[in-house]
Structure formats: C-alpha cells, structure tokens
Design a protein around this ligand. Structure first.
Ligand code: MN
Length: 437
C-alpha cells in the first residue's frame, strides 16, 4: 500500500499558478503521467507530468536536474514514446520521482526559473496512448452491472453462480486501443434481428459505451510465478479512464460460448493521463463484502485489502450530441458512479490474473469492467440506462437516445475528493462516434 506523505499535504501549492485553481484536475498533489508532443510538430513523443493546465516535459529538464541517482534514472526513462520504461523501474523509483517533482514544482522552489522553460500548455499538445500495451484484459468487477445486464438476458438467473468467487474477465484486443479525442467509426458486423431466420451484415444499430477504469501494470512477473495479493499493488503503476465501446447487437449474436469478440475489439478509448497509486493514497477505503456473501478464497484476501483495498473514485459519463454542439448546449451528464462500489479490487484482479502463472508485463492494461452503482441512475452504460433500448433517454436537446447516434461525443471523467485533502482529477476520455468507415 502506498503511504500518505508530504506530497499529499493540502497546504502545498505550485508556482504553476493554474495548478492552484479550485476544481483543477491536476493540482500539485496529483502529478499524473502522460505521453505527448506539441500539436502539429514532428517532435518525438515523450513522457510528461500534468501540472495545472501545463505539462512538465521531463525530457527537457537536462541531465543535471536531479541530484539523486534513482530520480535521474526515472527521468532518463521518460525520454521514450511510452511510459513502459518508467513503469518497469518499480514502485521505489516512482515514489522517488514523485517526491522530487513535488519539491521542484511547489511554490518557492529554487528550480522554478529553469523548469518554467520545460512547460508545455496542454492546449498546445497532442497526446498518445500512454503505454505500449502488450496485452489487455477486461474484467467485470461491478456486481451491480453484472446483475443489471444479467436481468436483461436471464431474468430467472441474473447473476451466474461463479460471480462471487471468480473475478470474471476476458482477453481483449490491444491494437485498437486509442487515446482520447480519436474518432470511433460505427462498426459493421453480423446482426441477427429478433425473429429473423438468418443474420445479415450491417452497421451496428446498438452502439454503446462502458465507463471503466484502466489499470496499468508497472513491474511484471515471470511466467509461472503468481503475484501474491499482498504484493499485487507493487506491480500497479496507476489508473486511467477507459471507454469500452460495445456494439450490443453484434455482442448478443456472437457472445456464446466464448465471450466478447468483434462487439468490443473495434475500439477502446483511454484518457491520456495515468494517475498513480501514489497520488490515490488519500482516497483508499476498506474493502468489504456484505455478510451474506462468501469470503474470498485465501489467494484473493489479505489484511491490506481489508484495510484499504478499495478506492473512492467518482466517475461520470456525459453525452454531447451533434445538435447540442450546433446549439451551443453543454454536454449532458448521463450517470455518476463510484469505483468504491466495485465487487473486486485492483489487487484481486492482479492476484487472480496471475494465480495460474500467467505473466503480466510493464504497460499491460486491465480494464475494471463497467462501473455501475447500486442505484439504477448509476448505471455505466446505455444498455442499463435504457433497459436495452426499451426506455430511451430524453435529452436536454429534446432528442431521444436508446443507443449512440453518429455525431455523439461521449465524455468520461473521474475525480477523487475527501475532507482534509485536495481534490484530484483524471482529465477526460472523449470519443466522437463517426459513421461506418
Ligand atoms: Mn467492458
């Protein structure tokens, strides 16, 4: 477990004044990592840190910046078009770099004059998927989502008997993971209309989003060597926002018996910012099960999990239709949920993924699955919010939506707040739905 330390001090402010504005996602207590270059330039992609409305370009600091060897090594690892090398260094290096960044970015820091030259405005940057993702696995950790979706398809048995024992997941597709802002074409595929004799091929008519968190693996494990749950979080670098775009009509026809395939692998959108587990330390919470539910098997349970294995991360989905844009209407919030309601924790996902000896590598991505809360309005997908399209939403523009229309922009946001600490945010993961390619 990461400790709360001086980097979380709510009194800290930054000489980057935009970081001190109320409601800013990236105050000095956050320090999320990203991969970027100046928009329209041919500069190499490289790693940076979000501070206020700016990015600190870690490759523009000069070799003599850090006096400490561990910090110098961590900064050197950032001169790459992905966070993988930094991720591979492990938790002591991440912590050393965070503490150094906190010192040099705080108000009164002697380095401010020199570092100011290494700031790039976020509005002048283009971003990349922050890691070279070798493998992507999507879990199903929200029991509220599992029950709501199960009810639609299996009213007699909404929750399958394995759910409370196994952190369910499927192996996803890494090649089609895109960064926020990249348009997503409506996928084509096999559709089997209700009552039809044969499937036909066409564009999905039931395109949906899923609000999830992405968990980036830092240090990996060797093939054949499971990661014990007590050590699982040492292998996790940080979290981002993830939209698991889903074509519900393709999914309904193809998913049995091997699970999601073409309904999911056409695109997955990530936020460009990775919020580290160090930054999340003040927002952890005890992990609990209701008394009627089984205790997890021993390999999925430990005192650290019970003490602080959950994380309070507020999540929000907003929708902006083409008509809203044309009329200057603000995007409309569709739902809010919180990762603290997840049935399975980050550490349990890692421990379960490796119990059979499966090896994880730096930059591997675990999706948490759709994060839906206990109340119906906390549902993290349109499938749930509209009862599989039976009850379309009426929007502020007077439009209706059962599923997504071309021109819709889906906006995911996340934030952590707790009394006594400064709020931190995840930025945004957005994606515009484009007509079929
Ligand atoms: Mn999903």
């Amino acid at each position: 477990m990461r400790a709360i330390d001086e980097t979380h001090d709510p009194q800290l402010t930054s000489w980057v004044s935009s970081a001190n504005r109320a409601g800013c996602d990236f105050p000095i207590q956050n320090l999320p990592f990203t991969v970027f270059r100046r928009s329209g330039s041919a500069e190499p992609l490289r790693c940076g840190v979000g501070i206020g409305a700016a990015i600190l370009d870690l490759t523009a600091l000069g070799a003599a910046s850090a006096t400490d060897d561990t910090v110098a090594q961590a900064i050197a690892a950032c001169a790459q078009p992905s966070l993988n090398a930094l991720m591979a260094l492990g938790a002591p290096a991440w912590l050393a770099l965070r503490r150094w960044l906190s010192k040099v970015l705080r108000t009164g820091a002697g380095e401010s004059g020199r570092l100011a030259a290494a700031l790039v405005r976020q509005s002048a940057a283009q971003f990349a998927v922050p890691a070279r993702i070798g493998d992507y696995t999507d879990f199903y950790t929200s029991i509220h989502h599992a029950i709501a979706v199960g009810r639609l398809f299996r009213p007699d048995q909404p929750l399958l008997p394995n759910y409370k024992w196994v952190p369910i997941a499927y192996h996803g597709r890494a090649s089609s993971i895109v960064v926020s802002g990249v348009g997503v074409h409506r996928p084509r595929g096999q559709l089997m209309p209700r009552g039809a004799e044969c499937p036909r091929v066409g564009p999905s008519e039931r395109l949906d989003y899923e609000i999830e968190l992405g968990v980036f693996i830092g240090r990996g494990n060797r093939l054949g060597e499971p990661i014990p749950i007590e050590r699982a979080e040492e292998h996790v670098f940080g979290l981002c926002l993830l939209n698991d775009w889903s074509a519900r009509d393709l999914q309904a026809w193809e998913y049995q018996p091997l699970g999601p395939f073409l309904a999911k692998n056409f695109a997955t959108t990530l936020s460009p910012w990775v919020v580290t587990l160090e930054a999340l330390a003040p927002f952890r919470a005890p992990w609990r099960r209701v008394a009627q539910d089984p205790s997890p098997l021993p390999y999925l349970d430990c005192p650290e999990l019970r003490d602080a294995g959950a994380a309070e991360i507020e999540l929000e989905v907003a929708l902006e239709t083409a008509a809203m844009r044309a009329r200057g209407l603000a995007p409309q919030r569709l739902s809010r949920s919180d990762f603290r309601d997840s049935y399975w924790s980050i550490a349990q996902m890692v421990a379960h993924h490796t119990i059979n000896g499966c090896n994880l590598a730096p930059g591997d991505l675990l999706g948490t699955g759709t994060q839906s809360g206990p109340r119906p309005e906390q549902a993290g997908s349109l499938l749930e919010l509209t009862a599989a399209g039976a009850r379309p939403l009426v929007l502020s523009s007077a439009e209706q939506r059962a599923f997504l229309a071309d021109g819709d922009r889906v906006i995911l946001r996340g934030a952590c707040q707790r009394a006594g600490f400064v709020r931190i945010g995840f930025g945004e993961a957005t994606g515009l739905v484009l007509p079929p390619a």
